[in-house]
Design a protein around this ligand. Sequence first.
Ligand code: PA5
Ligand code: MN
Length: 195
Amino acid sequence: VSSESSSRAITLDLKNFVMTPATRKREVRLSELKDYFSDPEAADKILSSGRDPVVYEYYEYVVEESAGHLSLGLTIIYPGKVGKEYFMTRGHFHLKPAAEFYYGIRGRGMLLIQSEDGRVEYVELRPGVIGYVPPGWGHRTINTGRAMFVFFFAYPSDAGHDYGIVKEKGFAKIVIEEKGRPKVVDNPKYTSSTI
Ligand code: PA5
Ligand code: MN
C-alpha cells in the first residue's frame, strides 16, 4: 500500500480569489463579449474610450476530461454594466445532459438557467447559497452588485460546452438595472424560432 500527497487537495484563497492548483486560467474582456450584450453600441462606446475591461475570469481544475470525473473551478465576475445590462458570463449549454452547481462565495449575483424549450428560471446567489443547474439547461451568471461576484462551481468533466446557441440567440431573459435594482426582463433580441 502506498500513500502519496498530491494535487487531490485544491485550495481556494478566499482573500485574493485564487484557486490552486488550476489547469486553466482565463480572462474574458469586453471586446470578446460585446455581441452577447443586448446593447453592443453601449459596449462600443466603452471600447472606443480606449478601455477594454476584464468582465470575468475563471480558474479551472480538470483532472481528466473523461466520464466519472468532476471539473472544479472559481469564477470572478467584476462589477459593471454595458448600457443597463450587468456584466455577465457568455453562458452555454453542455453537450451532454450534465448538471452543475454554483456556490456563492462573495458579492451578489444571479444564475440564469434556460431549458431547451425556452423556460427560464433564476437563482439569486449570495455567499452561502448554492444554485443548481439541472442536466440539459443552459446557464449564465450575472454580477448584480457593486463589488466582485465570486463563486465556486463543479460539473462532470465530460460535459462539453456549446457556446453556439447562446451566441446566436442569447437567452430569453436578460438582467438589467432599473431604479438601482436588478430586474429580469425579456430579451428584446431573443427569437425562439430556429430559422
Ligand atoms: O462551467 C460553467 O458553467 C462555468 O465554469 C463557466 O464556464 C464559467 O463561469 C465561465 O462562463 P462561460 O463558460 O460561459 O464563459
Ligand atoms: Mn457549465
